[in-house]
Design a protein around this ligand. Structure first.
Ligand code: DGJ
Length: 738
């Protein structure tokens, strides 16, 4: 990134006359830093974000001869609406006397070392005239090279201030060109990667859906400067908003050549009335930088996520069988115990009972009834959940269960008992989506109900170790009977705050329970929610071919350990596609492996293959995929028809490589790739694992240096659609090499 350049000459003169002191505030991680220039009673400018600059000196360069019609030549760290700021402001307030503008100046900063890895810098800004304070907080994670930015707003005006918009972060860039990678999609097609060169004007990525907010766009991005995103070169920046509701990311390229990126909760229909003395906190924007392409950026984010952005990110996650595609709503006790028995014999470590286990007066035999009535369906499961959980444990497995506690079917006891808990827009019809309504989480009674539901569901058995938390609709006809008439626009913010309060309470009480984050698949994939969860269900699309794309894009910013990835049946239920079992396993092993099928359908050679594949995953692949470093070798978006990536142990002693053929490649072509992330001087043994009937690694077992593998590379025989290969790399002592 170029240094943020010139401030207007007149402005510079003005500053040098008026600003007595200036301070360069350097917010650093192990390898990178952000630098701000603060002027006493003047602006705080965002000066630099990139590799660490050596030495103590970091002179501020006043701007060149720019006309005084534009305030943004040297951008501020947190632009507010007013003065000559014509672009999207990070902050827009209506003051208590009706004044629409805000002018923020430096009011000091503090630096706190929270522990050996986290350093917090808080820059305080205040309005020149109004008693409004904005604290911009940068939490720098040293080892991971990640900075989490958030803002706290407060005031002591005589009466409330209306917060029209309040972003989590504003980051300015200056380069010759800007290339934005973002992720769009829909149900069963989440996280489709798109890259575009930004042109003048605005590009906005947002959600107004409130719940299931990431189904069509994810609140995250990767920005590459001066050229398209490359894996191992180029200056690249990532941002991921930790917020599970409406969000807005604005990319605005102005006439000075600057790109401003403003990220935060979506201000749409969301004015917040802030009482004097109260604080408003924004969500965190998780930011990272790499001078060497997307690969390092992903590894930064993954390391950060495993340590700070998810629950139990340092523990190996179990191989599980989820009942959904194998049984849907149609099961009885025997169906489930048979599934458990077969899964246990195949080496599966956990059984998860999905939708359909509850509701008596309104039995949950389809998606049209029962949501809200979280009592076991005695007709289907006469001996209760305890019986099933005990059965799983008796087979050496763990047991998990599905809930969707924010929702209610009109056909349920709960809907009849508490119509006032349902999100509604005054007298308008309450629209259903997937036959269900949404509970109003702004209401503390609803929050209590959800916490109680969670407790009661777990209370059914001491042997429940996992909960799949689903959310299958978004908000329409917004409104709350709990919020007062003049606070209806608080709904969007308060819903998410209510959800996070609930998560906090649940996590405080049940720290060891594994919780999966699901919202019709990847509809709630953000770091605000993931923090409370062990993993997410990336998509309801279990078709291995589509999963290659979904997992590739997802794992740009979210780690493989948290990416639930299941082998389902063939033909696939979503796409009808026929895909061999090996390919399905090879793709699912790239994440947290699971099964999503009726295990009794696995017979003969297929059953034997599944047992072997699960063993290979547990014995070798799992620790690397879940706790190692990801290196992408060939993107599925490259157009070659191949896709490949590898995971390397932190100590470089072992690695696993996956390669997939996604379309027919001519008989004379072949897939070859260079490896990454190994120790050049070490000798590795290379062998194929999880082989199919035809070996894909023609060289057979091979011994060579990391240098050879990274310079010469390997050739694989994977030319036909749905042929695939997994290679194992193990470092050997030099004396063992041949
Ligand atoms: C949507 C989820 O994504 C599925 O995995 C499944 O749990 C269904 N809901 C159940 O209704």
């Amino acid at each position: 990134m170029k240094q943020i350049r010139p401030i207007a000459f007149i402005a510079a003169l003005f500053l040098s006359l008026l600003c007595q002191a200036q301070e360069m505030i350097r917010i650093s991680t192990s390898d990178h830093e952000m630098v701000m220039a603060a002027f006493n009673d003047g602006p705080v400018h965002f000066v630099y974000w990139g590799e660490k600059v050596q030495g103590d000196a970091f002179p501020f360069q006043p701007g060149k001869n720019q006309p005084d019609t534009q305030d943004d030549i040297t951008p501020r760290i947190y632009p507010s609406y007013g003065g000559r700021h014509y672009l999207t402001p990070a902050l827009r307030l209506t003051h208590s006397d009706g004044v629409l503008t805000t002018d923020l100046v430096y009011a000091g900063h503090t630096v706190n070392v929270l522990d050996e890895n986290r350093k917090e810098t808080v820059i305080s800004l205040k309005d020149r005239i109004y008693p409004v304070t904005v604290s911009v907080r940068y939490l720098a994670y040293q080892k991971e090279n990640v900075v989490a930015q958030s803002v706290t707003l407060s005031h002591s005006e005589p009466s409330p201030v209306v917060v029209e918009s309040v972003a989590s972060s504003f980051i300015p860039f200056h380069a010759d060109s800007y290339w934005l990678t973002h992720f769009n999609g829909t149900w069963a097609y989440e996280m489709q990667l798109e890259e575009e060169r930004l042109t003048h004007g605005q590009k906005v990525i947002e959600s107004k859906k409130g719940v299931r907010a990431t189904q069509s766009e994810n609140p995250s991005f990767i920005l590459s400067l001066d050229g398209p995103l490359a894996e191992d070169s180029g200056e690249v920046y990532a941002g991921a908003l930790a917020w599970s509701g409406n969000y807005r990311l604005v990319f605005e390229l102005d006439e000075t050549g600057h790109l401003g990126v403003t990220s935060g909760i979506n201000p749409f229909a969301s004015e917040l009335i802030l009482e004097p003395g109260k604080c408003l906190e924004t969500p965190q924007m998780i930011l990272s930088y790499s001078p060497s392409g997307a690969g390092q950026l992903s590894r930064n984010m993954h390391d950060w996520a495993r340590r700070y952005g998810m629950t139990h990110g340092d523990m190996l996650h179990p191989v599980l069988l989820n009942s959904w595609e194998g049984a849907y709503f149609t099961f009885d006790e025997k169906t489930i115990t048979d599934m458990i028995d077969k899964a246990a014999s195949a080496g599966v470590e956990m059984f998860v009972l999905d939708d359909g286990w509850f509701g008596n007066r309104h039995p949950r035999n389809g998606d049209n009834a029962g949501l809200g009535d979280w009592q076991v369906n005695r007709k289907k499961l006469p001996h209760g959940i305890d019986h099933l959980a005990d059965h799983a444990v008796s087979k050496g497995m763990k047991f998990g269960i599905w809930i969707e506690p924010e929702m209610v079917n009109p056909d349920s006891d709960l809907a009849h008992k508490h119509p006032e808990w349902i999100v509604r827009s005054g007298e308008r019809e309450v629209l259903t989506m997937r036959n269900q309504w949404l509970l109003d989480l702004t209401n503390p009674e609803v929050q209590d109900f959800i916490v109680k539901t969670f407790d009661e569901v777990l209370g059914q058995s001491d042997n429940i170790s996992y909960v799949k938390w689903d959310a299958n609709r978004h908000v329409d006809n917004v409104g709350s009977t709990y919020l007062p008439a003049d606070r209806q626009s608080h709904f969007w913010y308060e819903y998410v705050r209510g959800l996070y309060d609930v998560y906090e309470r649940i996590r405080a009480k049940h720290p060891d329970i594994m919780i999966q984050l699901c919202s019709s698949g990847g509809g709630r994939l953000d770091y605000g929610a993931l923090k409370y969860h062990d993993e997410f269900w990336a998509s309801d699309n279990t078709n291995a071919l589509d999963r290659i794309y979904i997992q590739h894009s997802t794992n740009l910013l979210f780690p493989a350990i948290a990416t639930g990835s299941h082998v389902s049946t063939s033909p696939n239920h979503q796409t009808g596609m026929l895909i061999p079992l090996k390919f399905r396993f090879d793709v699912a092993m790239g994440g947290r492996l699971g099964l999503e099928l009726q295990p009794s359908s696995l017979v003969g050679e297929e059953y034997d293959f599944a047992c072997k594949a699960i063993t290979v995953y547990k014995d070798f692949v799992r620790p690397l995929v879940q706790l190692g470093d990801l290196y992408r070798l060939e993107s599925p978006y490259s157009g070659t028809g191949w896709s490949s990536h590898m995971h390397v142990a932190k100590d470089k002693s072992e690695a696993v490589m996956f390669a997939y053929c996604m379309k027919y490649n001519g008989r004379t072509t072949y897939f070859s790739t260079r490896l990454k992330g190994l120790e050049p001087e070490s000798v590795y043994k290379v062998e194929e694992i999880n082989e199919g009937s035809v070996p894909a690694f023609p060289a057979g077992t091979m011994t060579c240096t990391g240098d050879y593998l990274m310079k010469v590379g390997l050739q694989l025989r994977i030319n036909k659609p749905f042929s695939s290969c997994i290679l194992k790399f193990s470092k050997i002592q030099c004396s063992d090499s041949q």
